[in-house]
Design a binder for this molecule. Structure first.
Ligand SMILES: Nc1ncnc2c1ncn2[C@@H]1O[C@H](COP(=O)(O)OP(=O)(O)OP(=O)(O)O)[C@@H](O)[C@H]1O
Length: 256
């Protein structure tokens, strides 16, 4: 299940005269992945917060499947959009299964969990290799396992759009690759912030490069992750070579 995301002229700031993101427009076609990259403070997380209906825009629109998210209730949006964020980790005393089950709440309409919910939870736990540790407490898990659980919680939400803020942060190389492989199997539309440009080039159909709260480049990785754009966005010199896999490999130098 996947719906397209349309963002038009989106601006947000804590006050009308203090805009952190300004005039952002882009489309994410249904079922595709867009990576957002940019320097620290460029506005990536702020943009995501507007898309999962946390920051009400000062101007502009966010539409999922053609529906303006601010014309829908929070519950309706949570049936469409799931978020995997840096902040907002669940209580560490919940079991892994309880944390994953929280993803069904938007579908329950005040009713207790039903058999259908349990079936979705069991399926996703199995898909994510979490069944055997389902009774462990969230607090006892490693960083990589926690990240997998948060992704599983988003998946039981059965979203049409999933937004992820740096889901590979703090993960070792193997766990980074595992998370990216899991993402590759997701049927939803994906919007993801990443600091690692090689990961972005590997997973994204489209890359949105941000600088100073604005879109600095938008398009396929080969057209956006160029030395010129990287210099503008990150203020570094980039050299791009081709790895044995055929994917781009980046190395960086300070500009003296
Ligand atoms: N509610 C807020 N009030 C005031 N300033 C804010 C608010 N939210 C974010 N900012 C500021 O907006 C800027 C962009 O922040 P944001 O977290 O979106 O950047 P980012 O690109 O995600 O950065 P990073 O790569 O470091 O995570 C930062 O300078 C931040 O301090």
């Amino acid at each position: 299940m996947a719906l397209d995301l349309t963002v038009r002229g989106l601006s947000w700031g804590p006050r009308p005269d203090r805009r952190i993101i300004e005039d952002i427009s882009f489309d994410v076609p249904a079922g595709t992945t867009t990576a957002i990259v940019g320097a620290n403070g460029a506005g990536k997380s702020t943009l995501l917060r507007s898309i999962y209906r946390h920051n009400r825009p000062l101007s502009g629109q966010v539409q999922v499947g053609g529906r303006d998210i601010w014309r829908l209730s929070a519950r309706e949006v949570s049936r469409l959009v799931a978020a995997v964020l840096q902040e907002g980790a669940p209580d560490f005393s919940f079991t892994l299964r309880e944390v994953v089950a929280m993803g069904r709440i938007p579908h329950r309409n005040g009713q207790p969990r039903a058999g259908a919910d349990e079936a979705v939870i069991d399926r996703v736990l199995a898909e994510f290799g979490l069944t055997d540790m389902a009774d462990r407490t969230f607090g006892s898990l490693s960083g990589g396992e926690k990240q997998r659980v948060l992704l599983a919680r988003a998946m039981v939400q059965e979203p049409q759009l999933i937004v992820l803020d740096e889901p590979t942060n703090h993960l070792d190389i193997r766990h980074q690759l595992e998370i990216m492989a899991l993402l590759g199997r997701i049927r939803a539309t994906v919007l993801i912030t990443l600091h690692d440009l090689e990961l972005a080039a590997a997973v994204a159909d489209q890359v949105l490069v941000m600088r100073g709260g604005r879109v600095c480049a938008l398009g396929p990785p080969g057209e956006t992750l160029t030395p010129a754009t990287i210099r503008t966005a990150f203020d570094v010199a980039a050299t791009i070579t081709e790895a044995a896999t055929g994917r781009p490999r980046f190395s960086f130098d300070l500009i003296s």
